[in-house]
Design a protein around this ligand. Structure first.
Ligand code: PGA
Length: 245
């Protein structure tokens, strides 16, 4: 719930200008609030930055006041959608079951889903991180075939690191990502897990992105606060990858 319409469009334009043309680099997606999707989408048109939403409802249409469907997101120009962000889980009653329902709707509409998982501080301190990740993953991915889930991206976002300035150490991120990959391999097979992109999210900044991205199982970043300023977001996009990665 950041930026107004003008601010979102200006940020999108600054991003496109900053990337220049032709752009060679990682895949980039931005997920502004629903109200700014169309404005940001038109600023991004024809460029390398994809548009995503921050949530999607599972029904296709009908009397669901306040909700937005996958088809409506597509219509607004979205190619991606974030599902199960911890703030949705914490404040709005999102469960693994509803994450699964949203995932199904996104896949059916050919929206690439970015499914978020992550433990709270209390869960980490009581050694429940792996159990939480396993429950969230198996709960959300249950009932899908690996072929259906081909566009899936997972974001590991430890709740204690989101918006707090307390980033996971590169070793903590790597450890959780390895566990996530192993869990996904058990659910969907090793080849699927090997090609799955797992993003790290939680206080990613221009200063820590290089060391996080240097981890072999960290395939990208889901960035909140540091994406709101073009300079820091551009620096994150241009992370310095170690040679031989
Ligand atoms: P942050 O947010 O980068 O500000 O910690 C991450 C998120 O909300 O996913």
């Amino acid at each position: 719930m950041n930026l107004d319409l003008k601010g979102s469009a200006a940020l999108a334009r600054a991003l496109v200008d900053g990337l220049g043309k032709p752009f060679e680099g990682p895949e980039i997606m931005v997920a502004p609030p629903f109200t700014a999707l169309a404005a940001a989408g038109s600023a991004l048109k024809g460029g390398p930055v994809r548009l995503g939403a921050q949530d999607v409802f599972w029904e296709e249409k009908g009397a669901f006041t306040g909700e937005v469907s996958a088809a409506q997101l597509k219509d607004a120009g979205c190619t991606h959608v974030i599902i199960g962000h911890s703030e949705r889980r914490q404040h709005f009653g999102e469960t693994d079951e509803t994450v699964g329902r949203r995932l199904k709707a996104a896949l059916k509409a050919a929206l690439a889903p970015v499914v978020c998982v992550g433990e709270t501080l209390a869960e980490r301190e009581s050694q429940k991180t792996y159990r939480v990740l396993e429950t969230q993953l198996s709960g959300a991915l249950k009932g899908f075939s690996y072929a259906e889930l081909a566009p899936l991206v997972i974001a590991y976002e430890p709740v204690w690191a989101i918006g707090t300035g307390k980033t996971a150490t590169p070793a903590q991120a790597q450890d959780a990502h390895v566990f996530i990959r192993r869990t996904v391999a058990n659910l969907l097979g090793q080849p699927f897990a090997d090609s799955l992109r797992i993003l790290y999210g939680g206080s990613v900044t221009a200063d820590n992105v290089d060391s996080l991205m240097a981890q072999p199982d960290v395939d990208g970043a889901l960035v909140g606060g540091a994406s709101l300023k073009p300079d820091s977001f551009l620096r994150i996009i241009r992370f310095q990858a170690p040679v031989n990665r």
